[in-house]
Design a protein around this ligand. Structure first.
Ligand SMILES: NC(=O)c1ccc[n+]([C@@H]2O[C@H](COP(=O)([O-])OP(=O)(O)OC[C@H]3O[C@@H](n4cnc5c(N)ncnc54)[C@H](O)[C@@H]3O)[C@@H](O)[C@H]2O)c1
Length: 324
């Protein structure tokens, strides 16, 4: 298939672009490099520098070739930032995604895969299923929920087939790609900053959550596994009209457990300072992936937290300044 990958210079989008190419698809990456990296884009992908705010640029790219599907990763992804500047998030993530959907519909490119998030769900003690209660705790999660709704209406009205993949903390690295967000708010790379002497101490926000050790519990999913789910989903849209899947290991780890595992992997004491809760953090979000495993045969390769952290640590040691 001919595929357009928005945000394909980013952490998850670039690895997905790589796996799509390995699966035999032709990939064009569209990214403004605001938070992504030129070096992360696969060598065999066509790259178009552009912003999804730019409706003319979007019309041009869809006119340049007949795409079979869009995989939409381009977004701002910081839940904390979204609670400080909601307008920025509604604009970049919701309004500009509407531009992408509109341009795709006009070009009759009627398959769409959305990088959604488990942050659309209410916190739960049980692994989150696709029918779990929806109640975003932050603006970022609300953004993705609105986009899912936009896709549903575009399906009803224009026949757009779509897949929403809802996941939480993407993590880990492959040989060529790792996590290099600026700013970096994700736990594992922030712990590495300390292990590499780039920061004095790790920060833990909230130690009074209703969890066994008082810190938030999350699911961790390796980018290689995320990418393989995206490949399966876009191919499955040839047969199915709608696919909604949660992606995760079904196993949750608390912030303190991730800290301990990272101490073990890096053999560094990683001192940590504790701070009050941040707005928008739900106590426990862990996704069950039973449905996608059963229906699409998705089999994640990584299910061991230390193994995931070790893959990220290997990349970080080789690239202490990230892609810079
Ligand atoms: N990282 C996670 O833990 C996680 C979890 C769930 C969902 N997601 C979703 O996956 C997607 C990718 O996340 P990521 O971690 O790879 O983030 P990332 O920041 O590494 O990648 C996002 C990419 O989108 C690009 N981008 C942002 N705004 C743009 C715009 N207006 N025009 C063009 N390009 C733009 C950035 O330059 C960047 O390359 C996002 O949609 C995110 O919401 C990520």
């Amino acid at each position: 298939m001919k595929l357009l990958v928005t945000g394909g210079a980013g952490y998850s989008g670039s690895e997905t672009a790589q796996q799509l190419i390995e699966a035999g698809h032709s990939v064009t990456v569209f990214d403004n490099l605001s938070r992504g990296h030129r070096a992360a884009i696969p060598a065999k992908a066509n790259f178009v520098y552009g912003d999804i705010s730019d409706r003319v640029a979007l019309a041009e790219i869809f006119a340049s070739q007949k795409f079979d599907a869009v995989l939409h990763f381009a977004a701002l992804i910081e839940a904390g930032e979204s609670m400080k500047d909601p307008a920025l998030y509604f604009r970049n993530n919701v309004a500009y995604t509407n531009n992408v959907i509109e341009a795709a519909v006009r070009a009759k490119c009627l398959k769409f895969v959305l990088s959604s998030t488990a942050a659309i769900f209410a916190a739960s003690d049980e692994p989150l299923r696709e029918d779990s209660m929806i109640e975003p705790a932050n603006v970022y999660g609300e953004n993705k929920l609105i986009i899912e709704t936009m896709l549903r209406w575009n399906q009803k009205i224009h026949g757009m087939r779509y897949a929403c993949l809802r996941y939480f903390n993407a993590c880990g690295a492959t040989k060529d790609r790792g996590e290099d967000h600026q700013p970096e708010s994700h736990l594992i790379p922030r712990l590495f900053y300390v292990a590499l002497g780039q920061s004095d101490a790790a920060t833990i926000y909230g130690t009074d959550y209703p969890t066994p050790d008082g810190t938030c519990i999350r699911d961790y999913i390796h980018i290689a596994d995320l990418a393989s789910a995206h490949v399966l989903a876009v191919e499955a849209l040839n047969q199915k009209e709608t696919l909604i899947y949660n992606l995760g290991s079904g196993v949750g780890y608390s912030v303190k457990e991730v800290l301990e595992a990272t101490r073990a992997v890096t053999a560094h004491p990683i001192p940590a300072k504790e701070f009050p809760r941040r707005p928008g953090d739900a106590p426990r979000l862990v996704a069950s992936s039973e449905k996608i495993r059963k229906e699409l045969g998705w089999t994640p390769r990584y299910n061991d937290l230390k193994e995931i952290i070790a893959s990220a640590w290997e990349w970080k040691k080789k690239n202490p300044q990230g892609y810079a």
